[in-house]
Design a protein around this ligand. Structure first.
Ligand SMILES: Cc1cc2nc3c(=O)[nH]c(=O)nc-3n(C[C@H](O)[C@H](O)[C@H](O)COP(=O)(O)OP(=O)(O)OC[C@H]3O[C@@H](n4cnc5c(N)ncnc54)[C@H](O)[C@@H]3O)c2cc1C
Length: 287
C-alpha cells in the first residue's frame, strides 16, 4: 500500500527542523531512518500530513565521550554504534544489544535516536538505556532539556517527548571499574523482534559487594520496563545464587505480562526469571 499524501521537508539545520515542527504544531513528525515510521505510513496504520526528515542535519551524527558518558548524536546509525570500537568491557551491553537488532540492512538505516524515540516496547536500545540509567537530550522551541530513560516511556508508542521536540543526543553513562553488563534476547528467527529481552549492567566493589545494578526488559509489557525493585534488591550484598533468585522473584512480581501468540503469562514470567539469573551470571563472568 502507499502512504496517504504528505509534505516532505529535509532541513539542513536543527533550528529549521524545530521551526517546521513548531509551525505545523502537532501535525508534523520527525523522520529519521524511516525503519519504523515508513512501514506504519505505508500500511496506513497512521497518516501524517508533514514529515520533517532530520537525516541531513550533520551536527546530529556523532559518537564521542566525556568523563561521565558515551555521547551519541541522535541520527547516528545503529550500525555505527554497533561497530564503534572504543567501548571497552564496560559497554558490552551496547555491543550485544545493537548486534541483535533486526538485520544489517535495517541497522544501516535505523538511527539510535529513532530506536529510542519510537516507544516500541520491543525495541532493544530503550532497555539498555534504562538499565544503564542513561538519558536523552531533547531540543525544542524552548531550548534543551534532559529526560532520564527511566522516565521517558509513558505507554506503548508514547513518550514524554513533545510533538515539537527532537532527541538530539543520547547519553550512555559509564559505570567505571569492576562493572560489566549483558543483553540477552530471546527471539524466534534471526532478524525478528524479541519475545522477551533483558539488559543488565552491574558494578561491584573490591569485596564483591554489589554497588550498582540496573535491569530492564523489552517486549514484556506495553513499554520498555525498568526493573526498579529487582535492581534495588541486588544492591548492598554479594551477588550469590540466593541473592539472584530473590531478585529474580522480585522482577517477576514487578511485571504484568499478557498472554499472546508468543506464550502464556506464566511462560513469560518464567522466561523473565531465567533471563534475569542468566543475565546476572553472564555479567559477573565478564568482570
Ligand atoms: C523488519 C524490522 C525488524 C526490526 N527489528 C528490530 C529489533 O529486533 N529491535 C529493535 O530495537 N528494532 C527493530 N526494528 C526497528 C528499527 O530498529 C528502527 O530503526 C527503529 O526502531 C527506528 O529508528 P529509525 O531511525 O528508523 O526511526 P523512524 O522510523 O524514522 O522514526 C520512528 C519514530 O521515532 C520518531 N523519531 C525518530 N527520530 C527522532 C528524534 N531524533 N527525535 C524525536 N523523534 C524521533 C519518529 O517521529 C517516529 O515516530 C525493526 C524494524 C524492522 C522494519
Amino acid at each position: 500500500m502507499r502512504p496517504t499524501e504528505f509534505d516532505y521537508f529535509a532541513p539542513g539545520t536543527l533550528d529549521e527542523a524545530i521551526g517546521l515542527l513548531k509551525k505545523y504544531n502537532g501535525e508534523a513528525k520527525v523522520l529519521a531512518g524511516g525503519q519504523s515510521l515508513l512501514p506504519l505510513l505505508k500500511s496506513r496504520v497512521t497518516s501524517i500530513p508533514y514529515l520533517v526528515d532530520i537525516a541531513n542535519i550533520e551536527s546530529l551524527t556523532y559518537i564521542t565521550r566525556n568523563d561521565k558518558a558515551l555521547l551519541v548524536g541522535s541520527t547516528t546509525k545503529v550500525s555505527a554504534l554497533e561497530n564503534y570500537n572504543n567501548f571497552g568491557k564496560n559497554f558490552e551491553i551496547i555491543k550485544e544489544a545493537t548486534a541483535s537488532i533486526a538485520d544489517p540492512l535495517i541497522r544501516n538505516m535505523g538511527t539510535v535516536g529513532g530506536n529510542i524515540a519510537h516507544g516500541d516496547p520491543g525495541n532493544d536500545l530503550p532497555a539498555v538505556l534504562m538499565a544503564l540509567d542513561g538519558s536523552v537530550t531533547v531540543t525544542g522551541p524552548g531550548g534543551q532539556r534532559h529526560i532520564s530513560a527511566r522516565e521517558l516511556y509513558l505507554d506503548s508508542y508514547t513518550t514524554s517527548i513533545k510533538d515539537n521536540e527532537i532527541i538530539t543526543e543520547v547519553q550512555f553513562p559509564f559505570w567505571g571499574t569492576h562493572s560489566s553488563g549483558t543483553y540477552i534476547k530471546f527471539k524466534k528467527p534471526a532478524g525478528d523482534f524479541s519475545i522477551a529481552a533483558i539488559a543488565i549492567q552491574l558494578k561491584v566493589n573490591k569485596d564483591g559487594i554489589c554497588e550498582r545494578f540496573g535491569a530492564a526488559l523489552a517486549s514484556v509489557g506495553p513499554t520498555s520496563i525498568f526493573l526498579r525493585k529487582a535492581s534495588e534488591v541486588m544492591v548492598g550484598s554479594k551477588i550469590t545464587p540466593t541473592a539472584m533468585k530473590k531478585a529474580a522473584e522480585t522482577a517477576v512480581k514487578e511485571i504484568n505480562p499478557v498472554a499472546d501468540r508468543n506464550g502464556t503469562v506464566d511462560q513469560k514470567r518464567e522466561l523473565v526469571r531465567r533471563m534475569f539469573i542468566e543475565g546476572t551470571r553472564k555479567s559477573l563472568r565478564k568482570l
